[in-house]
Ligand binder design. Structure first.
Ligand SMILES: NC(=O)c1ccc[n+]([C@@H]2O[C@H](COP(=O)([O-])OP(=O)(O)OC[C@H]3O[C@@H](n4cnc5c(N)ncnc54)[C@H](OP(=O)(O)O)[C@@H]3O)[C@@H](O)[C@H]2O)c1
Length: 199
């Protein structure tokens, strides 16, 4: 698959490394090309718009506050966009009000799939991410069946199990879950222990 990555920070590095290993072709776009990350991954570099034109799938991996501007500049209408951003304030509340960031991003015409936002970047560096002998499950929220299928493939490429968790209208719940869980981690709580299996 051709993947355009908008941003060249930790999430871009972690997921880009995994997908390169699986044979996917990357183009990495930042505000200050060329990105050292692109050299390390032997990826193409380009502007946001060039990465959007290149990628069958885009990973939006910039700070939440910049996400809508970056995606608008890229021009991603009709493209599959993985939104891993967390619109979380320093006091672990959401920076969004009535509408999730993922839904705001979808106003650009992109086929947005919220994914990969729940776990710390170090989890995405594991090969594969397996905990207590179980592969990590990755919830996805999105509306477009083709986009969801593409992202499911990319989740499986990490050795994880994709879980289609509902339409994009539920992405705000994923964003809120991230804010809640980050708050627990920062207080030193074991977030994993909170949700035992049913029954
Ligand atoms: N780190 C985690 O554990 C984690 C986990 C899950 C989700 N996330 C989410 O993933 C996204 C990326 O996180 P990250 O940890 O990869 O961040 P990061 O390491 O700080 O990298 C962010 C990237 O975005 C670009 N950037 C910074 N400010 C920007 C701006 N104002 N406008 C446009 N581009 C800007 C930077 O590239 P240039 O300055 O070179 O343009 C940088 O490469 C965030 O939304 C975060 O909430 C992070």
């Amino acid at each position: 698959m051709r993947i355009g990555i908008l941003g060249a920070g930790d999430m871009a590095e972690a997921l880009g490394t995994q997908w390169t290993r699986q044979g996917h072709e990357l183009m990495i776009a930042t505000r200050t090309n060329p990105a050292p990350l692109a050299t390390r991954l032997e990826a193409r570099t380009g502007s946001y718009a060039e990465a959007a034109a290149f990628g069958q799938v885009l990973l939006l991996a910039v700070p939440a506050a910049a996400a809508l501007d970056v995606l608008t500049e890229a021009g991603a209408a009709g493209r599959t966009v993985i939104d891993c951003t967390n619109p979380v304030a320093p006091d672990w509340t959401l920076t969004t009000k009535d509408i999730s960031l993922a839904e705001q991003l979808a106003t650009t015409g992109a086929h947005v799939v919220k994914a990969f936002n729940l776990c710390h970047v170090d989890t995405w560096r594991l090969t594969p991410p397996v905990f207590a002998d179980r592969p990590l499950a990755v919830p996805l929220c999105g509306d477009d069946p083709t986009a969801l299928a593409q992202v499911q493939t990319l989740v499986r490429d990490l050795g994880c199990d994709p879980v289609v968790a509902g339409p994009l209208s539920r992405a705000g719940l994923l964003e809120a879950t991230a804010a809640f869980v980050i708050g627990l981690w920062m207080r030193g709580a074991d977030a994993q222990a909170i949700l035992p299996p049913l029954g």
